[in-house]
Design a protein around this ligand. Structure first.
Ligand code: FMN
Length: 214
């Protein structure tokens, strides 16, 4: 299976990096092909702007949505976008791993979505039923994330509320919107302070879960 691993953490010695490294080693050992988009390490540009378009349709007024449609039709996105789009086309499974920032994904990963999941490439804007006609249909996706807060904060009655509801704008309104089949999210709660023993436990739990999906 071809797996695109989109990863957002700045520190190679972090808990998230430990999980990512173990996951990729295990997937490769199982015979899968993995391509990594390590967004901070790549210095990925997260801002959708005029420089994303090699041959803009209009130069007087900037309409991002219209320019994305035009660039999807003509393959005229900036080279860094084309590289990521080619990885998406190649992949059977997309894994998005990030620490929770303000109950959401870090800005650099949101920027990856804004720039790569363009209309005409990832979703089909010309229909009332985008979910059924998403252009990434046939592929699967999974969210892997960690929280600083303990699990009790993320229960339905907890201070933040049900984490699956909070993540729904990613799992449903973004990933399923593009036709991706979404696998159950893998969430590690209370990850800010962990003993070495717990890091080991969480790492093997995650690696085993990934094996069951691949
Ligand atoms: C900018 C920022 C925002 C954060 N927001 C949240 C949050 O909303 N909820 C939460 O539980 N943890 C939050 N955290 C804590 C991180 O999710 C936590 O430190 C991380 O998951 C631990 O994994 P790591 O050791 O790999 O960094 C935030 C951290 C930062 C830096």
């Amino acid at each position: 299976m071809n797996i695109l691993y989109v990863f957002a953490h700045q520190e190679p010695r972090s808990f998230n990096s430990t999980l990512k490294e173990a996951a990729i080693a295990s997937l490769e050992k199982e015979g899968h092909s993995v391509r990594l988009s390590d967004l901070y390490a790549m210095g990925f540009k997260p801002v959708l702007d005029r420089t994303d378009f090699m041959q803009p349709k209009r130069t007087d007024v900037f309409n991002p949505f219209m320019e994305q449609m035009n660039a999807s039709k003509n393959d005229t996105f900036a080279p860094d976008i084309m590289v990521e789009m080619n990885k998406v086309k190649w992949a059977d499974l997309l894994v998005f791993q990030f620490p929770i920032y303000f109950t959401s994904m870090p800005a650099i990963m949101k920027g990856w979505i804004d720039r790569i999941f363009a209309p005409g490439f990832a979703f089909n804007p010309a229909t009332q039923n985008a979910y059924d006609t998403g252009l990434l249909k046939g592929k699967r996706a999974m969210i892997v994330t960690s929280t600083g807060a303990e699990q009790s904060w993320y229960s339905r009655e907890g201070q933040h509320g049900d984490i699956h509801e909070l993540l729904r704008y990613i799992t449903h309104c973004t990933l399923e919107f593009t036709g991706l089949e979404v696998l159950p999210s893998h969430i590690v709660f209370g990850a800010s302070k962990m003993s070495e023993e717990r890091v080991k436990e969480e790492t093997s739990k995650y690696v085993e879960k990934l094996k069951s999906f691949t």
